[in-house]
Design a protein around this ligand. Structure first.
Ligand SMILES: Cc1cc2nc3c(=O)[nH]c(=O)nc-3n(C[C@H](O)[C@H](O)[C@H](O)COP(=O)(O)O)c2cc1C
Length: 334
């Protein structure tokens, strides 16, 4: 069964790609993911704040030296003794490249078009096959308009493109007034792909301790519907890679994303819950489904349930919405 697909211009043997997560911090786990059939691997993110912090530590160190604080070297570690986050990330990328045969996608995570983005050059030089840029930005400023938030994404992409020639995927949140237009603009600005969607982690409130309680819930399959809708709308209307992330837990979730039009399917929560072998299980389920399906290859089935031929996607969604509400029958006795 031919499961080949294209991701950010890279030819992949199948569409299953573990997304950014702590799983790529361990070489052994990364190898097990490759053995289970992962077609590429997205690394955990290197954050703007971490890069900035490294710069601040170095600046403080150099300033103390230049001020003539000879004793500074006794309480501040020498640069050579202190592998920074950026150095550790580069080393891990190089280890992954040496140990695995599949493409490795490095991940940057930040919100301002500052100097940190130069680091893309080092990632490219260290062998990254592509870069994913996650703009995890919660627009909480009353004076910042939606247009300004969108421009932030375009500017960040433009800045990164000035530093690298490898393909760039933008990991987006679903919270845009027009997701379709945003993806179209990013394509015009040179993105090779989009990963839909980034999850915003929403803090809860503990009513006993009267504290805000940050929480990280792993996803469920129900979350896959959000990306599925937008991928179905975008398939055939844009040329860049559509990567589905969020809520893919089994082979049927993955197949639905592909029928909607995804080029690749990212996995995270399910691998954190069940371990790398889960990927082999999902792959096997997909192969079996395809064998029994009318399709001879993944390429043939991709997007057959997209909205490519639906004409006006907004009118189509509204018609379905009306029909759905109309068809609901309240339970007996309500
Ligand atoms: C523990 C954990 C760590 C994550 N770390 C990152 C990260 O470093 N960078 C990133 O872009 N996404 C990160 N993600 C988001 C995942 O890559 C993925 O997009 C998200 O969890 C939705 O997919 P899922 O439903 O398969 O989990 C992380 C998710 C989890 C649960």
């Amino acid at each position: 069964m031919n499961l080949r697909t294209t991701y950010l211009g890279l030819e992949l043997k199948n569409p299953l790609v573990p997304s950014a997560s702590p799983l790529s911090r361990s070489l052994d786990t990364a190898r097990r993911l490759e053995d289970a059939g992962a077609a590429a691997l997205v690394m955990y993110s290197l954050f703007e704040e971490e890069l900035q912090h490294d710069n601040d530590v170095m600046d403080a160190y150099l300033q103390n030296q230049s001020l003539g604080h000879a004793e500074a070297s006794s309480f501040l570690p020498l640069h050579g003794d202190m592998p920074s986050k950026r150095e550790r990330y580069l080393e891990q990328l190089q280890h992954l490249k040496r140990s695995l045969d599949i493409p490795i996608v490095a991940s940057l995570n930040g919100v301002t078009a500052g100097g940190w983005i130069d680091y893309g050059t080092a990632l490219q030089q260290a062998g990254a096959d592509a870069l994913e840029l996650n703009v995890y930005y919660v627009a909480g400023d009353l004076d910042v308009s939606g247009a300004a938030v969108e421009q932030r994404y375009i500017d960040l992409l433009g800045e990164l493109r000035r530093h690298v020639t490898i393909p760039i995927a933008m990991k987006l949140s679903p919270q845009f007034s027009s997701v379709a237009n945003m993806v179209h603009r990013l394509e015009q600005a040179g993105a090779a792909g989009v990963s839909l969607f980034n999850r915003f982690y929403q803090p809860d409130i503990d009513i006993d301790s009267l504290r805000v309680a940050p929480q990280l819930h792993l996803s469920t399959s129900a979350e896959a519907l959000l990306a599925m809708r937008w991928i179905a709308i975008l398939h055939g209307r844009v040329k860049l890679t559509l990567a589905a992330t969020g809520g893919v837990h089994d082979h049927s979730d993955a197949i639905k994303m592909l029928l909607a039009g995804a080029d690749v399917v990212h996995l995270c929560s399910t691998l954190l819950l069940h371990g790398p072998r889960r990927l082999a299980h999902i792959l096997h389920g997909m192969e079996q489904w395809l064998e029994e399906s009318p399709y001879e290859s993944l390429e043939q089935m991709k997007g057959v349930l997209s909205q490519r031929h639906a004409g006006d996607a907004s009118a189509y969604a509204r018609a379905n919405y009306l029909q759905l509400l109309d068809s609901y029958l309240p339970g007996v006795g309500i």
